[in-house]
Design a protein around this ligand. Structure first.
Ligand SMILES: [Zn+2]
Length: 281
């Protein structure tokens, strides 16, 4: 009997210790001691802000255009090799001939994809205004247009070529079509940012961001900041100037929820709770 009691007590103690450890772990996940660095205290006008975002985006746009030009260049070589317009000693016969245009198509695809990723980054740093829908779509998805330019002409040349055999033509057309679809999907901006959206949130007094992140946060205890000790803080305009053009979605949802609660409490005429919320803000 005494042994059973001892056993139960030991089990109970082990259980408690486990629970305590689990509680510590979850507390550790939620709380982190941040260090804060203040960035840019003076206020910025809309024009200054847009000039800063344009400057941030410029290198990405330049490199995107260079890569896209290279992509079209590789496509031209792919066409020249496929149609035997350009022949090197090793491209007159197979497998040299197939390798020559296939490698050019592959390099074409790589250049389009990297160019489009840089282009999209540029658009997120310096978003297009959404009020002109056509311009907004074209600027955000310019990589899709480039994808078509980088593969459709090759497909047309491959289809109409007289020298190549049917099997080679089918392989070439399928390869280029797959490359076009892949490049197009990667180039499409599935989550575009508008200039209006960026400016709308540009008046928050205090936000937080990390050196490597792409968004800024309204709350320093946001779950996405749990793994970063060093936070940068300042106005949202300063965050935007530092390349963080979007408010974190989690923080945005939380702010909306808190605002809703505040309105509800005011509507229900509960002055005590409203005051408490204000103080805790
Ligand atoms: Zn956040």
């Amino acid at each position: 009997m005494a042994d059973k009691k001892k056993n139960d007590a030991a089990k109970e103690a082990a259980k408690k210790a486990l629970e305590a450890a689990a509680a510590n772990r979850s507390a550790g996940r939620k709380k982190i001691e941040h260090t804060y660095t203040q960035v840019g205290q003076e206020s910025t006008s809309k024009e200054e802000l847009l000039a800063a975002t344009r400057k941030n985006a410029l290198p990405y746009r330049i490199f995107a255009v260079i890569l896209w030009i290279l992509a079209i260049g590789f496509e031209v070589f792919a066409i020249l090799f496929f149609t035997h317009t350009l022949e090197l000693s090793f491209t007159t016969e197979n497998p040299g001939w197939t390798i020559s245009w296939a490698v050019c198509l592959g390099l074409d695809l790589i250049c389009v994809i990297i160019g489009s990723l840089l282009w999209k980054k540029g658009n997120h740093l310096d978003p297009a205004p959404a009020k002109n829908k056509a311009r907004f779509w074209i600027q955000n998805n310019f990589g899709v247009i480039v994808s078509v330019l980088a593969f459709a002409p090759f497909i047309i040349f491959a289809l109409t070529d007289k020298k190549a055999n049917k099997q080679s033509k089918i392989i070439a057309v399928i390869a280029a079509a797959v490359a076009l679809v892949v490049a197009g999907l990667v180039s499409f901006d599935w989550n575009p940012v508008s200039q209006e959206e960026m400016l709308e949130n540009a008046h928050i007094d205090t936000v937080y961001w990390t050196a490597s992140g792409t968004v800024y946060h309204a709350y320093d205890d946001c779950q996405h900041l749990n793994h970063t000790v060093e936070l940068l803080t300042g106005t949202s305009a300063a965050a935007i100037e530092n390349g963080k053009t979007r408010l974190c979605k989690t923080c945005e949802a939380r702010a909306a929820k808190e605002a809703e609660q505040l309105v509800e409490n005011t509507a229900e005429n509960k002055p005590a709770e409203t005051d408490a919320l204000k103080i805790s803000e």
